[in-house]
Design a binder for this molecule. Structure first.
Ligand SMILES: O=C(O)C(=O)CO
Length: 260
């Protein structure tokens, strides 16, 4: 059975961020992920993880001004120095949390703008090489244009081509089953094809982005498929609970029961 990580940016919003670690552990998770830790000190995050006995599965590198609508800066050549400083910041949080992988958001830019393409390649290469000595993977995630209109990396094939072409040992794909279904469909075959380069997986129901098992996709089949494909990483639960987080965890109990 895959190892599920609660996404603390979307789940357990009933309590303040730092209290979500304990809430996730109490609900039966042994791993967590979140979008960004940067509003809190690294040592505070590390302390909450240790106190709750949780593993940090993933978080994102600094994305620019998220509150103002930015969704990454890797595609902007003029932001390269800021990106490099952000990587150093993230490394401090990586050390405090023991996380094994970081996600680099691309930004809002046309995918066929040669300047954005060049900037993105340079940022990805530089970041992966900077993370490697710390034993960290860098993951890239294609995101659908309904959730983030105008997002640069909005195609699984393009992401896979870039990862295969750069051939950096710690550069991998973040395969969000939800984004894949919305962008392309044919999720199982794509998983089979891309599994050699997958570094992290995320899940949510389609189309509402709620609890797995409540939408158009057979999510439990995909979880079983991850096992069949030998995936040993985490599956981040990046979904918006339909109501109360804990009350909505029936899907996890049901899946655990079916996987016995
Ligand atoms: O928006 C998403 O799906 C993300 O995972 C951003 O990191």
């Amino acid at each position: 059975m895959p190892r599920f990580a609660a996404n603390l940016s979307l789940m357990f919003n009933e309590v303040p961020f730092l209290d979500r670690f304990e809430a996730a552990a109490r609900a039966g998770f042994d791993a967590v992920e979140f979008l960004f830790p940067y509003e809190h000190a690294p040592e505070d995050i590390g302390a909450r993880l240790r106190a709750s006995g949780l593993t940090q599965a993933l978080f994102n590198l600094p994305p620019g001004d998220f509150a103002q609508g930015e969704r990454g800066i890797a595609a902007f050549p003029e932001r390269f120095d800021e990106l490099k400083a952000g990587v150093d910041t993230a490394l401090r949080y990586a050390e405090a949390t023991g996380v094994g992988r970081l996600h680099l958001m691309a930004g809002l830019a046309p995918w066929d703008d040669p300047k954005a393409v060049e900037s993105y390649r340079r940022a990805v290469t530089w970041t992966a090489e900077r993370l490697a000595p710390a034993g960290l993977d860098l993951v890239l995630e294609p995101i659908n244009g309904r959730n983030i209109p105008g997002y640069f990396l909005n195609d699984f094939g393009r992401a896979a081509d870039l990862i295969r072409e750069l051939a950096l040992p710690n550069l991998k794909l973040q395969f969000d089953l939800y984004h894949c279904q919305i962008l392309h469909g044919d999720v199982t075959v794509r998983l089979r094809d891309l599994m050699p380069i997958v570094g992290h997986v995320q899940t949510a129901s389609v189309p509402e982005r709620h609890e797995p098992g409540t939408g158009e996709v057979a999510d439990f089949f995909l979880f079983d498929e991850l096992d069949r494909l030998g995936y040993r990483g985490f599956v981040g639960c990046e979904y918006i609970p339909a109501a109360d987080t804990v009350a909505g965890l029936g899907w996890l109990a049901a899946y655990k029961e079916s996987a016995r």
